[in-house]
Write a new protein. Structure first.
Length: 559
């Protein structure tokens, strides 16, 4: 167990406040006092209902902050809607977190939410370091009593704390790292924000071996022995670690950083960071097909989560890269031979159709692939004589679902065994297929090279970890035809517009994934150019060529 003071958080987290608390004007609708009614609680006391008044919001926030500042954890906790969890967290603030000289200044409320600025001093091992940040609290009506209460959650006390996490002052954590790209250029979270979770994971796993010495830090961490323990990376089950790596909130004393070389490329990473800014909730990954080296990973998400590596969602028609490989290897199709592409197709009682009900009369399989004809694929399922054939192809040739050891936690894709209509949906990337941008970029890289190379973000030589390998390479003839079909997609098919600016030997596949509860499909795109492959997903953005496509093109053009 690492040394250092830790504040355990149960259902929430803390931050003490001392000194005067100023309150801005409260501007909320009070229902002109007619919006409230009074009933009787289970204990027989009056229970208010209806909208909170401005006075209830102001008084509750003021009383909570005052009790908190005074160190009266019990009193402050009773003013929340989770008193047991709140008291457990607040009770050990001063003795365990080394936080003192606290002051909180409230801003102008918005509705029932009261923002406030915090200034404090962390005192530890002879150090006194100032700490400032902003947070907020929200007042709600208690479900049982009807009384106004602070809605207890970690972000009340610090915006970066999450459920199950604690604050911990530590001088024995892993040393900081100076991450560099493949050419020696430094990679920082300030310059490349998408790398924030990646750098934290790399530090947790390799910091002790990179030649640095630890400093003294205040970190946000999960339960002892859980957060940041993910030395391995997950297979089909998830991240492989038991929690995210600790996040540094404040450095009290600098340590010495050790240099860690990655496979990333600063130029490609910069292009990826810029590309994802075009769309909210977007992710992109780039891989070198000949080696499996990850050149870039970027996300634009409100939650800061590394969805590019850890996401799990249907990839839409980008999955047809794997499906086409299966059909080609089984000899059921050939790129330049005729293939049916009707408007609709039935499989075991389930109807499938093409976008806008298009059809291709007298066309080839290459044309069906280039235009992303769903029915051309669905009509051939029976001929595979094995509902599980797609999953086997994904695993044995493309490495999906194997235990990838990339250097940081990853979700490695899943094509579970299914039957009937659910199995058919998998052929076009719907149903129970689960992928992320890393998985689809790897699939694209395998299609380009003909052999699966497990993605890595740090060289295997760094720790001699076991690297996943597929059972076999893609059949040579199938590989050539698959690349030709992807080239057709990039030249005159659904990916042509997005890939128009990309130079060199290029290929692509578009995808639109329907997701329950969304009015608009997720946009997916996969492409390669020479020895670089990339894939992107944009949530609720429609056709793959419209949103995800330009992101991939921008990354490919940075090679």
């Amino acid at each position: 167990m690492r040394s250092g003071a830790k504040v355990a958080i149960v259902g929430g987290v803390f931050l003490a406040v001392a000194g005067g608390v100023g309150y801005g004007a409260v501007n909320v609708w009070n229902g002109m006092t007619g919006g409230q009614t009074t009933t009787t609680s289970a204990e027989g006391t009056p229970r208010k209902t209806g909208p909170l008044t401005a006075d209830e919001i102001s008084t509750t926030a003021k009383d909570f902050l005052a009790a908190w500042a005074e160190g009266d954890a019990a009193k402050a906790a009773q003013l929340t809607n989770a008193p047991t969890s709140a008291q457990s967290a607040l009770g050990i603030v001063r003795t365990e977190a080394h936080v003192g000289d606290l002051k909180a200044t409230a801003g102008t409320p918005t509705g029932a939410t009261v923002p406030f600025d915090v200034s404090a001093v962390i005192s530890y091992d002879g150090l006194r370091v100032p700490w400032t940040y902003s947070s907020k609290l929200t007042v709600v009506r208690g479900l049982t009593t009807g009384q106004p209460r602070v809605d207890w959650k970690p972000s009340v006390l610090h915006p970066q704390l999450k459920d199950g996490e604690s604050l911990k002052v530590t001088s024995s954590g892993p040393p900081q790292i100076k991450a560099v790209d493949r050419n020696g250029a430094e990679l920082t979270a300030e310059k490349y924000p998408s790398l924030t979770p990646v750098l934290a994971e790399l530090r947790e796993r390799y910091g002790a071996d990179a030649g640095g010495t630890p400093g003294v830090e205040l970190v946000a961490a999960g339960p002892e022995g859980a957060a940041g323990s993910g030395g391995g990376t997950g297979g089909t089950g998830g991240t492989g670690g038991t929690g995210a790596a600790p996040r540094t909130l404040l450095t009290l004393r600098e340590g010495k950083a050790g240099e860690l070389k990655t496979t990333l490329d600063a130029g490609v990473q910069a292009a990826a960071e810029k590309a994802v800014k075009r769309y909210a909730e977007s992710s992109v990954v780039a891989i070198k097909p000949s080696t499996g080296e990850i050149r870039a990973v970027a996300n634009n998400r409100k939650d800061g989560w590394n969805a590019a590596f850890l996401g799990r969602q249907a990839p839409g028609s980008t999955m047809k890269i794997v499906t086409a490989a299966l059909l080609l290897e089984k000899g059921l199709v050939a790129a330049d031979k005729p293939a049916e592409c009707p408007k609709t197709a039935m499989y075991q009682g389930r109807s499938f159709k093409n976008l806008n009900d298009f059809e291709i009369n007298g066309g080839t399989f290459k044309q069906s692939f280039a235009r992303s004809c769903n029915t051309a694929f669905i009509k051939l399922i029976d001929d595979t004589k094995d509902d599980a054939a797609l999953g086997k192809e994904a695993r044995d040739v493309f490495g999906i679902g194997l235990n990838w050891q990339s250097g940081v936690p990853t979700y490695d894709g899943s094509v579970p065994a299914e039957t009937g209509g659910v199995a058919a949906a998998q052929y076009i990337g719907q149903g129970t297929v689960q992928m992320n941008a890393l998985n689809i970029a790897s699939i694209t890289a395998t299609a380009k090279s003909g052999t699966f190379k497990q993605p890595v973000i740090v060289p295997r030589s760094l720790d001699d970890r076991a690297i996943a390998s597929a059972a076999r390479g893609l059949d040579g003839s199938a590989a050539r035809q698959l690349r030709d079909m992807m080239r057709a997609t990039a030249s005159y098919g659904t990916g042509a517009q997005a890939m128009a600016s990309v130079r060199g030997d290029k290929g692509a596949k578009t995808g639109s994934a329907e997701v329950g509860g969304q009015a608009t499909s997720n946009s997916w795109f996969a492409g390669f150019a020479d020895d670089l492959a990339a894939a992107a997903v944009v949530q609720a953005a429609g056709h793959g060529g419209d949103a995800a496509g330009p992101l991939v093109a921008a990354v490919l053009n940075a090679r």
